[in-house]
Design a protein around this ligand. Structure first.
Ligand code: AMP
Length: 225
């Protein structure tokens, strides 16, 4: 079974604040893609306390990458599942060139073609504006923005009335640190996919109503066989 089922995988990546989460969930729903979101998979494993979760937790709490030896089997297993006829959407993986080459091998083994790598290129000012204005409800998890999506009453959750908070890592100094870290990790990955000719840069500064249709158009584009 399975050398040439003609399945495709799309990669989506971009810095924190690029709107990746929102774009990814829309793509999954509308295009019926199977999500492979490594951050979510790991968080779920940590919550369950599974052997994977125990291993991953120590790295995650330090904000470090979980070792490739742990990550690759997770992604490989997902790619080999008998789903994904409409395609897979990889979110949070690969983060390094080593992961990108390992992904190529895993995809080849499972008859999956890495079709496009969508990079949400976003400027520092926009990222800082989006993240530093973000407020979250510590009770129900609802997300707001002081300017873009304000709650009805300032500082209070519309859904449950709890006082909103700012995440520690959404403060300006922490954002700048996260961006430096992100750039260190991904510059080479961007180069890797550009060289392969499958990198698609989308302007992450634009509002999602504008950038989302651009992505969808790209995915229906000439490279699809
Ligand atoms: P994320 O939600 O994608 O920001 O991921 C949260 C955390 O999970 C990261 O800070 C890493 O510790 C871990 N993680 C997620 N994806 C990967 C990956 N591809 N390689 C290594 N660690 C990862």
């Amino acid at each position: 079974m399975g050398e040439s089922r003609g399945k495709k995988a799309i990669i989506i990546f971009g810095p924190p604040g690029a709107g990746k989460g929102t774009q990814a969930s829309r793509l999954i729903e509308e295009l019926k893609l199977v999500a492979i979101a490594t951050g979510d998979i790991l968080r779920e494993a940590v919550a369950k306390g599974s052997p994977l979760g125990v291993k991953a937790a120590e790295y995650m709490t330090r904000g470090e990458l979980v070792p490739d030896e742990v990550m690759i089997p997770i992604v490989e297993e997902k790619l080999s599942e008998d789903r994904g006829d409409n395609g897979f959407l990889l979110d949070g993986f690969p983060r390094t060139v080593r992961q990108a080459t390992m992904l190529d091998d895993a995809a080849r083994k499972n008859g999956v073609k890495i079709d496009k790598a969508i990079y949400l290129k976003t400027s520092k000012d926009v990222i800082i504006q989006r993240l530093s204005g973000r407020r979250v409800c510590p009770n129900c998890g609802a997300v707001y923005h002081v300017e873009n999506i304000p709650p009805k009453v300032e500082g209070v959750c519309d859904t449950c009335g709890t006082a909103l908070v700012q995440r520690e890592d959404d403060r300006e100094e922490a954002i700048v640190r996260r961006l430096v870290e992100y750039e260190k990790q991904t510059t080479d990955v961007i180069r890797y996919y550009r060289k392969k000719g499958i990198l698609v840069e989308v302007n992450g500064d634009l509002r999602i109503e504008v950038s989302y249709p651009m992505i969808v158009k790209t995915l229906g584009g000439e490279n699809c066989s």
